[in-house]
Ligand binder design. Sequence first.
Ligand code: ATP
Length: 239
Amino acid sequence: MLNVSNLESGYGKLQVLKKISMHIKPGEIVTIIGANGAGKTTLLNTISGLIKSTSGEIVFNDQNIGNLPAEKIVKLGCSLVPEGRQIFDTLTVKENLMIGAYSLNRNKKIINDELNKIFELFPILHERENQLGGTLSGGEQQMLAIGRALMAKPKLIMLDEPSMGLAPLIIKNIFDIIKELKNQGNTILLVEQNAKAALGIADRGYVLETGQIVLEDTSKELLNNDDVQKAYLGKDYKK
Ligand code: ATP
């Protein structure tokens, strides 16, 4: 579904991503793990078209999307749940969700069907549909950010650090939802500092260090890898 080859990007003179090659097959959860500043967000933002690549290719469903603007990439079915959720605080829950549907060509029936599916997946958002986004808890805002991305009926959902700033019980809840999204047939690219949780639900993973992929394998193998355990899973990690 997604094929990235030799991708490079950065900020002005700062080159962050160096010859990144990775792929995702339909129905997979693939995770990118890495320390602070490794380039995880830069990678998702480059695939999303928010940052322009300086070289390399991004092919999504056989189409080169490397030079397309972000809104076209969303229309093709590639949606981002951004780091820090980026909810519109002064809009209601429902308004936030409707913004995610801008690519559905104002088709009321399709939009209502999507809204109902999201309210089924997140009953708490249904209860709070008229509440302002900024008044939700962190976990609820994360659900809203995921729901907003789902409103575009994406083929690939990219999640940037969904566990950031959340309590352990809420993190479990969010990861259960990501598993449920996979069970419903979605394809997911998950960027996480919480390597244990991410590898716990992903099929495969890539380890990103200072802008380069240094390791790729199945999640099972990565969880068993001594270097991954030492660097990302904590010294007390038991297989
Ligand atoms: P984190 O988990 O802390 O978000 P990350 O792996 O997502 O880390 P990035 O946010 O992609 O890493 O950052 C990669 C590098 O790019 C870092 O050195 C960071 O300082 C730099 N960087 C990120 N955003 C910008 C920006 N807007 N302008 C300049 N440099 C940036």
